[in-house]
Design a protein around this ligand. Structure first.
Ligand SMILES: CCCCCCCCCC/C=C\CCCCCCCC(=O)SCCNC(=O)CCNC(=O)[C@H](O)C(C)(C)COP(=O)(O)OP(=O)(O)OC[C@H]1O[C@@H](n2cnc3c(N)ncnc32)[C@H](O)[C@@H]1OP(=O)(O)O
Ligand SMILES: Cc1cc2nc3c(=O)[nH]c(=O)nc-3n(C[C@H](O)[C@H](O)[C@H](O)COP(=O)(O)OP(=O)(O)OC[C@H]3O[C@@H](n4cnc5c(N)ncnc54)[C@H](O)[C@@H]3O)c2cc1C
Length: 642
């Protein structure tokens, strides 16, 4: 099963080897539990491990393999981030996709050797989503052949970029490019921020940390201001766009090609989210098979809480989602790598499809991951609320994904643009022009769903039902939009008035893609036992998801009440079938105790001993009487006794 999850036998084996090596290297372990550290201590601890990794990485992993790097990162540095998180996630990808060959030769080897630390500075205090209204300017000075970066007012301060505050000395900065008083829109520039020897900010640069966040606090998200700060013309990233010495602007082959670093993260973060969901579920499911509370049959002893149907219903559909996200994520990364290769050689024809797909997936996956992690936390009762479970930290990091790389509502609306265009093709009889991901919009469906009507139909009738509801909602939202415009509404106003319905269409389309990716994967599996276990999980997935969106299929009578009863019964049937495999389905992800960082979810299952040991090690327990008591509470009580 690990081979299915991680993509191949070899990958699963390599993960085990890497975990085993790390287990033997105490210098790479947390020196004490992270929840007992201050933010400064955590940052220090992370930097300590990071430097050792820079020395020893080659002994542990193949540093050119992103999957091995990611695993090493999760084990050693953990999900709370590290001082170079953005260096790998965005700075290097931005340089790789947007710098010219000559620029790459100058900067990439230095970045890869970690001679310099970089980040991606785009968002500002006043604008994140609406890139067209960023305020930082890069004005070309023809006389010196330099760009002058400037922050005209407080709202133009860069705000949020990870590791910008204290760690990075370089950044890819996005600013509006102005040449001869003409604004060419946001463009990426390579900018040095700090002196390479002293790490002091360079003159003209104001920089710092934005303060503690809900989670992800090892990362020093930062602010940055420029006071007429000059950089050479050749620091504009020039793979696709060029500015010649005389100020001539050569436009890129696609207007949004400079957004590629964002698409990179959107494509890769899906498996990151799946891992966080599976981690939280692993903790909760292990704990639920140890925790005994109450009786189902009063004549019998207390049961493991995992025996309760409500507990299974809380956890198992999310187990199915974690697998589904992992499989959909793997497909998306493949597509991304393909499009990136094409893009580098000038073929931009697939960019729109990739943008639409990743925008939808990013939104649905992060939202459902957040839901699943929070349910996992509640499923642990009181102990889920303790940092000993570590689930609240996992939640805090994962839920950030709903916001970063494009706020979810906004990204769903980006997919909706693509769906509306596709609906227009269907309506004008040009269905043959539809892309493969939306081809179903042009296919006539049966008048009613055939779920429960055709024996041994596998998952076909489920997929058709998802297709039907997605198509119907897309066409309905598009009709609403076109209708408003026909009535004379301005395009943007009409769009806003339909945006809730449009986003519903985007979610349904994305959920269909996730179901199909799960079906595709199960169909490919040769090992009969693995296929059987994943088929059970897929049954749970399609029935649970369909029940969740049933109102869309009921409103036009595509599903009947009796079919809905059947679907509901299937959910209960598969909850029971999955119960014996539940812990194994999560243990198959092979997270080590070092990586999970959860006292509650350790592999040994000694929950109570581990919790008591952990509580005793709390810094508050170093002394029996705290100074808060001697200084304040004791005098207060004494005064009251007089
Ligand atoms: C094995 C390895 C695993 C590795 C895993 C790594 C990660 C795991 C997770 C680890 C956990 C934590 C890591 C944390 C890291 C945090 C990083 C966070 C970094 C950031 O947040 S950076 C800042 C991100 N900011 C945004 O995303 C801003 C969002 N806004 C936008 O993107 C845009 O403004 C917009 C909403 C897309 C609108 O843009 P614009 O106004 O320019 O365009 P229009 O809406 O007018 O659309 C015009 C037209 O263009 C099309 N289009 C837009 N974007 C693209 C694109 N990227 N590609 C192609 N086409 C695009 C759009 O569809 C329109 O087309 P149409 O006219 O409809 O045909
Ligand atoms: C953990 C974390 C890490 C980050 N790292 C980086 C980084 O490394 N580099 C970087 O540059 N940035 C980074 N960011 C910033 C992040 O990319 C932005 O916060 C994000 O893009 C959302 O933009 P915003 O904050 O402007 O939200 P806003 O756009 O102000 O969103 C507020 C509300 O307005 C709604 N809204 C906005 N526009 C529309 C619209 N057109 N239609 C409908 N609704 C709309 C949204 O849906 C939301 O409900 C990070 C953020 C976080 C939380």
């Amino acid at each position: 099963m690990a081979a299915q999850i991680w993509g191949s036998e070899k990958r699963a084996r390599r993960r085990r080897e890497i975990s085993a090596k790390i287990a033997q290297m105490p210098e790479l372990h947390d020196s004490k539990p992270l929840p007992f550290m201050t933010r400064e201590e955590k940052i220090m601890e992370s930097a300590r491990k990071l430097t050792i990794l820079t020395e020893k990485m080659g002994q542990i992993i193949d540093p050119t393999d992103p999957a091995e790097l990611y695993h090493l990162n999760n084990e050693v540095l953990g999900l709370e981030g590290n001082p170079m998180a953005l260096h790998g996630v965005m700075f290097i990808p931005a340089l790789s996709a947007q710098a010219s060959d000559e620029q790459q030769a100058k900067w990439l080897p230095r970045a890869l050797r970690r001679e310099i630390i970089g980040t991606y500075a785009q968002t500002e205090l006043g604008h994140g989503t609406n890139l067209q209204n960023l305020e930082t300017t890069a004005t070309y000075d023809l006389a010196t052949q330099e760009f002058v970066l400037h922050t005209p007012q407080i709202t133009a301060l860069k705000w949020w970029p990870g590791n910008l505050g204290k760690s990075s000395n370089y950044a890819v900065v996005v600013a509006h490019m102005i040449i001869k008083a003409k604004n060419y829109g946001p463009h990426p520039f390579m900018v040095q921020l700090r002196d390479e020897k002293t790490h002091e900010p360079l003159p003209g640069i104001t920089i710092g940390d934005i303060g503690p966040k809900m989670a992800y606090n090892i990362v020093d998200n930062g602010f940055l201001g420029f006071n007429k700060y000059r950089i050479p013309r050749t620091n504009l990233l020039m793979r696709h766009t060029k500015v010649e010495a005389d100020g001539t602007y050569i436009k890129p082959p696609h207007a949004k090609i400079n957004y590629s670093a964002m698409v990179h993260v959107r494509a890769y973060m899906l498996t990151g989210q799946a891992i966080m969901l599976a981690s939280a579920l692993n903790i909760a499911t292990r704990y639920s098979s140890v925790r005994r509370q109450g009786q189902i049959d009063k004549s019998q002893p207390e049961v493991k809480v995992l025996e309760y149907q409500t507990q299974q219903h809380r956890l198992f559909p999310s187990i199915a989602r974690a697998y589904a996200f992992q499989f959909a994520g793997a497909e998306t990364v493949k597509l991304y790598e393909h499009v990136l290769k094409e893009m580098k050689s000038g073929n931009v024809s697939l960019m729109a499809d990739l943008h639409a797909l990743t925008s939808g997936l990013k939104s649905v996956v992060t939202y459902q991951t957040g839901e699943g992690i929070e349910q996992a936390r509640m499923a642990c009762g009181g102990h889920g609320y303790s940092m000993a479970s570590y689930i609240s930290e996992i939640y805090g990091v994962a839920i950030g994904g709903c916001t970063y790389e494009g706020e979810n509502m906004v990204m769903l609306l980006q997919l909706a643009r693509y769906l509306v265009k596709s609906a227009a093709l269907v309506k004008s009889g040009q269905s043959s022009k539809l892309g493969p991901l939306v081809a179903y919009l042009g296919v006539k469906s049966e008048p009613t769903s055939l779920i429960d009507r055709i024996p041994n139909s596998g998952f076909t009738e489920y997929v058709k039902t998802f297709q039907h509801v997605s198509k119907r909602q897309t066409l309905k939202a598009a009709d609403m939009f076109f209708g408003l415009m026909e009535k004379g509404e301005k395009r943007e106003i009409a769009w806003n008035k339909c945006s809730v319905e449009l986003n519903r269409a985007s979610r349904l389309h994305t959920r269909l893609f996730i179901v199909e990716a799960f079906v595709r994967r199960v169909n490919e599996i040769a090992d009969i036992r693995i296929k059987e276990a994943l088929t059970d999980l897929l049954h749970l997935h399609v029935n649970y998801e369909l029940l969740d969106i049933a109102s869309y299929a009921l409103e036009d009578g595509f599903l009947s009440a009796s079919q809905l009863d059947y679907i509901r019964d299937q959910v209960y049937l598969y909850l029971g079938k999955i119960r014996p495999n539940a812990v194994s389905l999560l243990d198959s992800w092979e997270f080590s105790d070092i990586e999970l960082r959860s006292v509650l979810g350790r592999r040994d299952g000694n929950v109570y001993e581990n919790l008591f040991k952990w509580a005793k090690s709390s810094p508050l327990n170093k002394t029996d009487v705290l100074s808060s008591v001697t200084q304040y509470l004791k005098p207060m009580m004494e005064k009251a006794r007089l």
